[in-house]
Design a protein around this ligand. Structure first.
Ligand SMILES: Cc1cc2nc3c(=O)[nH]c(=O)nc-3n(C[C@H](O)[C@H](O)[C@H](O)COP(=O)(O)OP(=O)(O)OC[C@H]3O[C@@H](n4cnc5c(N)ncnc54)[C@H](O)[C@@H]3O)c2cc1C
Length: 417
């Protein structure tokens, strides 16, 4: 067992929330450890091929895109634009999104983290146990070589499944299986002509898919397929929402996840064969590049000092301790047949620090997909732009906590929104 040097803040998970949390805490001058189970930064983007940033811009279809959050979310938006040489965000229906490639996002994150001497990263390392200690918490984690122990004053749970609540016995909840957001299999193809990116092509393809399903030439599951051509690196990303095992779907059951992943791989093959056979734009398409992991949209989330609700987002409830803004409509994918959107009355909705703060444990925060929000509200706050913003806020709050400031309202007053 190796005892690591103690730190002020430990971040569990290196997805969009964890990257922002670690950066924000270190930039406040505290020592940070970032523990990530995979070999890379980026979370669902790097592991499951999520290739569009949502939640970066305010909901306003009549105005040019305006950033919803200051700080690290806006820094990433600028760096992604610069790095990808895109001319700007693109409109998707009533909202703006920022297309990116998972590789670019990971690279930008790696460079920003490497520039902070106060951050140490442990990759291929999984947080396995946490206990209270005289200075705060003692975390046990396993890297491929060793078992480690690290003392920390504060923890930010960016695991996307509230793993810290699971390990500490905190209050966490998960939606019932039949309502949980469906998982998705997102793969990419090289060599697809840019013609496949036009609206005309996509509309025709949707009609053709419906027709082919009726004629039993494609399985019904392909109904949830969508595609995006990335002009940055000549990739075509194809996403297939999966019904999974419907009433038995459990994103924490490795057998259920493995079986959805293999079902997704089979559908990807069938659909790619169909595209290659019917559309010249796909005649030169290269072999399927599979995701490293299944795309999981929803699992456990914390129940914190406040639970953000659907009504709060719709009506734009204001909070004294607002630290971030949600701006993506609530996007529910409870079946594999596509999304249902619910928009807000205002351009953004407030997220209070209390829904990023434990009600049971001092110095425990959560950001990203596992924040304290109901099923519908989290269908908005889970997107990566908002995850960057909640990560940023918790990094600053945890840094303040490690310096002795524990009141969420006082911490919130120190966070620049
Ligand atoms: C198919 C799909 C499509 C999506 N489309 C979009 C989109 O177009 N735009 C958008 O903005 N969002 C999209 N999302 C949502 C978005 O990708 C996620 O909600 C977001 O990435 C969550 O960020 P996070 O940092 O909370 O978690 P994640 O990105 O999931 O990162 C969590 C990290 O924690 C690590 N981890 C977990 N447990 C442990 C542990 N015990 N120890 C150490 N590390 C651990 C994991 O390895 C992972 O890297 C999509 C999601 C899916 C699944």
């Amino acid at each position: 067992m190796q005892k690591d040097s103690p730190v002020d803040v430990t971040v569990i998970g290196g997805g969009s929330a964890g990257i922002a949390a670690a950066l924000a805490a270190a930039r406040k001058g505290v020592r940070v450890m970032l523990i990530e189970r995979s070999e890379t930064l980026g979370g669902m983007s790097a592991l499951a091929n999520v290739n569009t940033f949502c939640g970066l811009y305010r909901q306003n279809e009549k105005a040019p895109p305006q950033l919803a959050n200051k700080g690290i979310a806006s820094e990433f938006a600028q760096l992604i634009l610069k790095d990808s040489e895109l001319t700007g965000p693109t409109r998707m229906g009533k909202v703006y999104v920022l297309p990116h490639t998972p590789k670019n996002f990971s690279k930008i994150a790696r460079n920003l983290i490497a520039a902070e001497p106060l951050i140490n990263c442990a990759f291929l390392s999984s947080c396995e146990a946490i206990e209270k200690s005289s200075t705060g918490y003692c975390i046990h984690y396993e890297s491929p070589q060793k078992r480690h122990q690290i003392e920390t004053k504060s923890i930010i749970d960016c695991s996307a499944n509230a793993c810290v609540a699971g390990l500490l016995g905190g209050h966490r909840v998960q939606e019932s299986s039949n309502k949980l957001q469906r998982p998705s299999y997102v793969f990419s193809l090289t060599g697809v002509s840019s013609k496949a990116g036009s609206d005309h092509f996509k509309i025709q393809l949707s009609l053709d898919i419906v027709h082919a399903i009726r004629q039993k030439k494609l399985p019904e599951a392909i109904m949830g397929a969508s595609l995006r051509i990335s002009p940055i690196d000549d990739l075509c990303f194809i996403s297939i929402d999966l019904e999974a095992s419907r009433d038995q779907w459990n994103p924490n059951d490795p057998t259920a996840v493995a079986s959805s992943l293999s079902a997704g791989a089979k559908l990807a093959e069938t659909f790619t064969d169909f595209l290659k056979a019917h559309y010249p734009a796909f005649h030169e398409a290269g072999p399927i590049q599979p995701p490293k992991q299944l795309g999981i949209r929803e699992s456990y989330r914390w129940v914190g000092q406040y639970e953000l609700t659907k009504e709060d987002l719709i009506h734009g409830k204001s909070f004294e301790d607002t630290v971030a803004f949600a701006s993506w409509p609530m996007e529910l994918r409870e079946t594999h047949r596509g999304a249902k959107f619910t928009f807000f009355k205002n351009e953004v909705a407030s997220i209070p620090l209390r829904c990023l703060t434990s009600k049971e444990f001092k110095g425990i925060y959560f950001a990203g997909r596992c924040i304290s929000a109901d099923h519908e509200a989290s269908a908005s706050t889970r997107v990566m732009g908002t995850c960057l913003a909640t990560g940023d806020a918790t990094g600053q709050a945890a840094a303040a906590f490690s310096r002795g400031i524990s009141d969420p309202y006082e911490q919130a007053s120190m966070i620049n929104t």
